[in-house]
Write a protein of this length. Structure first.
Length: 295
């Protein structure tokens, strides 16, 4: 029976050490660099400028496509989504081939509640099978997007490896009803160093009863922007699935010494290219999270 919500599942599991601890661990900021020509690869530490609360930081390490990834795939199973999710599931094995040894995949679904279908596994064939099972679920109900993302972040608190990058990829039409405050969700994502990306699969709200824009509607765009992720309008969901995984895998990890400060205080982070890198990669954009909390 599919009655186990993410929160109920994780309640009894032991906690892991946090990623950010003042004086112990380096601060890690993931960054994606995109230009009109595509993903920019091969950058070094000197190509970036990182500021913490407005102060430039000395980047200790810069890596790309090296750190393993804990990724949770979160599927919207409201009624309008089933045809598109079938296409995503059919492409799962090919899409997951973009991942590397050491990466782990979990699969969850949501409508008005969030459910964990399968916990983290490093067996990519098993993960593809788990994605294929999504199409057998009963589609329907509302779309509580931010509530589901918040529950997914709680799952990371108890189950993710603190030495791996963390990300949620949500498949949704992004037409949800209010279920959580955006600030609360962003705070939890910052506390757990989680990136949010989204494949937006558009539907017709007048046909399926989805939420129209208004004071009680919600979407993922604010959380995506503040965690440094991106969204793609997935006209071809299968192809977009693989491309998004490739882009998530090609992100940079930038490390610097944590500043002194009160534990639990919020810090603002900005990442930009150096003047020389901007000249070389005209029109390039950097996607990186906007903040974190000192531990």
């Amino acid at each position: 029976m599919r009655t186990l919500a993410l929160l109920a599942l994780i309640a009894a599991l032991p906690a892991q050490d946090p990623v950010f601890r003042t004086g112990v661990a380096l601060v890690r900021v993931d960054a994606q660099v995109s230009s009109p020509a595509g993903i920019v690869e091969g950058l070094q530490a000197e190509d970036f400028i990182v500021k913490d609360n407005g102060q430039p930081q000395a980047i200790k390490y810069c890596t790309q496509d090296e750190d393993p990834l804990d990724l949770l795939l979160l599927f919207d199973i409201s009624e309008s989504m089933k045809p598109s999710i079938r296409r995503v599931a059919a492409s799962a094995r090919t899409a997951l081939s973009e991942l590397r040894k050491g990466d782990r995949i979990a699969v969850a679904d949501f409508n008005t509640d969030a459910y964990l279908m399968a916990g983290f596994t490093d067996d990519l064939d098993e993960a593809a099978d788990n994605v294929s099972r999504v199409v057998d679920l009963r589609f329907g109900g509302g779309t509580h997007i931010l509530g589901a993302i918040n529950e997914a972040a709680k799952y990371f608190e108890k189950n993710s490896d603190p030495h791996k990058r963390r990300a949620i990829l949500v498949f949704t039409d992004d037409e949800g009803q209010f279920s959580a405050r955006e600030k609360n969700v962003v705070d939890r994502m910052w506390q757990n160093d989680i990136l949010l990306c989204g494949l937006i699969i558009r539907s017709h709200p007048q046909q399926f009863g989805g939420a129209l824009p208004g004071p009680t509607s919600e979407d993922i765009l604010g959380v995506v922007e503040k965690t440094g992720g991106e969204t793609v309008d997935a006209d071809d969901p299968g192809h977009a699935f693989r491309e998004m995984l490739r882009r998530m895998r090609k992100r940079y990890s930038l490390y610097y010494e944590p500043p002194t400060g009160k534990p639990g205080s919020a810090r603002k982070v900005s990442v930009d290219l150096s003047p020389a890198a901007k000249l070389k990669y005209t029109g390039a954009q950097v996607f990186a999270r906007k903040g974190y909390f000192l531990k």
